[in-house]
Design a protein around this ligand. Structure first.
Ligand code: MOS
Length: 750
């Protein structure tokens, strides 16, 4: 007799798309080639502010193979997108070549199109541009944002009075630098036009959004634009919304009536495709002498581009209002304009820089109180989301902290600076909490059960390298009993039933209800077919008497009656049984509106400080994460480990440096822009708590892409303080700072 196989949900299933990637047969966007295709190369501004005085493309236009040179005044219309349209999001909203002003260094000023990449590149280099240059404002000091125009984001009690009278307090400013997304895959657009419709092969984390934006900016109906993205070489948020190269490729394709390929180069990734903006954050905390938080104030500003180009707000206060219990709280923010390209979300936008500041401040206050930093956090655990007065759907931060402390061996922590050693090495221990939004968006999906015994699940979302193909297949397998190799997952095409953006770690939580509905509907239809097919044990039975188990239809009352479902479809001469799922956001569900949905976690981290050779290394990481139920343990652990590697980069290496004379990012390549690799990281010990969040979806899964990065940088600077006595409040940690200041603090200690 058939036994029910153990659930495939939660297992460490290898990626179903792995073989395509490891064999080089997965087609990335720039891998698409067409007959008669031409290549486009942008010309980038070499000044950071000013105006184009003269642009001479006459020499370029007569070079071998050159088809056209586009520029301001000589380009088909590109329209502005509708402002604040949540279905058509874009950060750099200024259409390329809209005017002759230069707002940032690297801004596209012309586009050379030719019959080969080399010809186009040579032509782009031959375009002569003269500028009226002004000095760009790339000031690192964001104090101009700290004024009366700050926007109040969250408020309770009276922070001013509470802070003034708090017996123990800190008032410190923390700074995070510009970080640039550096996915291996460059941004690419391959545009085709058939006389009335565009098919655009794009590097995007959101085919539906991309379609909506492109339709608006190209001035065509949405149904005349199809976006395709089958595989992404990572995005980290940089590929959420369209960038100017996409519009340029599309208008050129329509204008020339030829396919156009435009792949930007690595230096353009630093200017024309977003970055995590610089932030300056002032944290004011007040507590009673026994460690009860009485006041929490978080004021911050981030830089953005000149607002004509685009306005981006980094939501640093995301987790601040609900992470700890305090009767008095205020969060205020502002955005200041600089001559830089428009920022965009980068993995864990808002919370990641925000929690660097908050979790540093919490550490500083705990030290001032002479309290254990884990104990201090546990003492200030809230019973509910105090900013909304609502219960959390599921919150286990306390357990993240206590389990993490246990696994790390925190009971051996000695608070005196520099007191923990391993041979000649000074050890530093640090801890930080983390949190990330959990939510569910709108999603449709269709499931087909086919007469060859396979299933097809389709949805216009996409797999950005995180495992979405596999998660879909697992949920379908769970519902139908089919093995993974009999399930086709079709994503990455805007013509499919509309699905979510791959952002905010929301895809898994969002798609599960739609897939389950689609599967239930398809199975219902299949069982109805079974009651009509001749020569079967099910003819003239009622569908309710039947069940689909492990891909076979049977009478509920008689396991021996089981027949493979494809046999039934064949006998009925029906190709597929189909079902559609259609689920909505949790935020609009009346049953769920009174819950606060978030994920939580805690990082425990050790650094080794070798003062003799000024070497700082992260030597141990223990992370405990509370994201509800895990669908794929392997993919989930991979996400958190990767995020922690990025966190080591954020804490110790990453920053984009602008030349103050011309606003040019000077380290605009992967040799000079330092990112953490596995060699910079120790073994990473990740534990997932297993508390299904059944309010969010039937499986209880939240998302896991971004939370692992939040808090890591603070855990590193907290540990570094413990080792060296140097408090680093501006990222990344620089060895010079440690060397200079440690002398002082050693003297002070002596
Ligand atoms: Mo994430 S920054 O929402 O791709």
């Amino acid at each position: 007799m058939a036994t029910t196989p153990a659930s495939i949900i939660g297992r460490a299933v290898p990626r179903i798309d792995g073989p395509l990637k490891t064999s080089g047969t997965a087609k990335y966007s720039s891998d698409h080639n067409f007959p008669n295709m031409v290549y486009a190369v942008p010309v980038c501004s070499t000044i950071g502010k000013g105006r184009i005085r003269r642009l001479d493309s006459s020499a370029a236009e007569v070079m071998p193979g050159v088809v056209r040179v586009y520029r301001h005044g000589k380009v088909p219309p590109i329209y502005r997108p509708i402002p604040h349209d949540r279905t058509a999001r874009i950060d750099e909203s200024r259409p390329p070549f809209e005017d002759e002003r230069i707002y940032y260094n690297g801004q596209y000023v012309a586009l050379a199109v030719a019959d080969s990449y080399e010809h186009a590149k040579a032509a782009a280099g031959a375009v002569k541009v003269e500028y009226d240059a002004e000095t760009p404002n790339v000031s690192l000091d964001l104090s101009d944002g700290f004024n009366d125009s700050m926007q109040e984001e969250s408020k309770r009690g009276d922070v001013d009075a509470a802070f003034a009278s708090a017996p123990v307090k800190i008032d410190e400013t923390y700074v995070t630098p510009v970080e640039t997304h550096n996915p291996i895959e460059l941004h690419a657009s391959v545009a085709t036009w058939d006389g009335s419709r565009f098919v655009l092969y794009e590097t995007t984390q959101a085919v539906m959004n991309h379609q909506a934006v492109m339709a608006q900016m190209l001035g065509v109906p949405r149904e005349n634009v199809q976006i395709v993205m089958k595989f992404l070489g990572s995005g980290f948020g940089g590929k959420l919304w369209p960038w100017p190269q996409a519009m340029l490729a599309a208008v050129a394709a329509r204008d020339l009536n030829r396919p156009v390929k435009l792949v930007i180069d690595r230096s353009m990734m630093f200017t024309c495709a977003g970055h995590r903006p610089r932030t300056q954050q002032r944290i004011r905390l007040g507590a009673t002498p026994d460690g009860k938080l009485v006041s929490l104030e978080h004021d911050y500003a981030n830089h953005s581009s000149i607002s004509t180009v685009g306005h981006f707000r980094e939501n640093c206060g995301e987790a601040t209002p609900f992470l700890y219990s305090t009767p008095n709280l205020r969060v205020r923010s502002n955005v200041v304009d600089r001559n830089v390209g428009t920022p965009t979300p980068m993995r864990g936008p808002g919370a990641v820089p925000g929690l660097f500041a908050l979790e540093s401040g919490i550490d500083e206050l705990a030290i001032k109180l002479k309290m254990d930093p884990v104990q201090f956090r546990l003492m200030n655990e809230p019973k509910l989301d105090e900013s909304k007065g609502m219960p959390f759907s599921s919150r286990h931060l306390k357990e993240c902290l206590t389990q993490g402390a246990e696994k790390f061996g925190w009971s051996a922590y000695k608070p005196e600076i520099g007191s923990m050693r391993r041979g000649d090495i000074t050890l530093g221990w640090g801890v930080a909490s983390c949190s990330w939004i959990a939510g569910r968006g709108a999603c449709k999906a269709t499931l087909s059960l086919r007469d060859d015994g396979t299933a097809r699940i389709a949805c216009a979302t996409q797999d950005i390298g995180t495992g979405t193909y596999t998660v879909f297949a697992q949920v379908v397998s769970e519902k139908t009993g089919l093995p993974l190799h009999k399930i086709d997952v079709v994503l990455g095409n805007s013509s499919l039933p509309p699905g979510p953006t791959s952002g905010g770690s929301m895809v898994t939580g969002t798609v599960i209800p739609a897939i389950i509905q689609a599967a239930d509907a398809a199975i219902r239809q299949l069982l109805t077919v079974a009651t009509t097919a001749s020569d079967t044990p099910f003819q003239n039975r009622k569908p309710e008497e039947l069940v689909l188990t492990e891909g076979r239809i049977q009478l509920k009352s008689d396991a021996a009656s089981a027949v493979p479902f494809e046999t039934i479809l064949k006998r009925a001469n029906i190709r597929t049984a189909e079902g559609e799922g259609n689920s909505g956001p949790n935020s609009t569900d009346p049953q769920l509106r009174n819950y606060s949905f978030h994920s939580f976690g805690a990082h425990f981290l050790e650094v080794e400080w070798d003062a003799g050779i000024a070497r700082l290394r992260v030597s141990r990481v223990v992370t405990v994460i509370d994201v509800g139920r895990i669908v794929n343990l392997k993919a989930a652990r991979n996400q958190v480990e990767g995020a922690i590697v990025m966190g080591v980069g954020m804490g110790m290496l990453e920053r984009t440096i602008y030349d103050p004379r011309n606003g040019r990012p000077v380290n605009n390549n992967v040799a000079d822009y330092l990112m953490a690799t596995n060699a910079d990281c120790p073994e990473i010990d990740v534990t997932f708590l297993d508390y299904p969040d059944k309010l969010l979806n039937e499986v209880g899964a939240r998302g896991v892409g971004e939370i692992g990065l939040a808090g890591v940088a603070a855990a590193i600077t907290n540990a570094t303080y413990h080792a060296t006595g140097v408090r680093v409040r501006e990222l990344p940690i620089r060895l010079e700072t440690l060397m200079e200041q440690e002398k002082g603090s050693t003297t002070r200690r002596a």
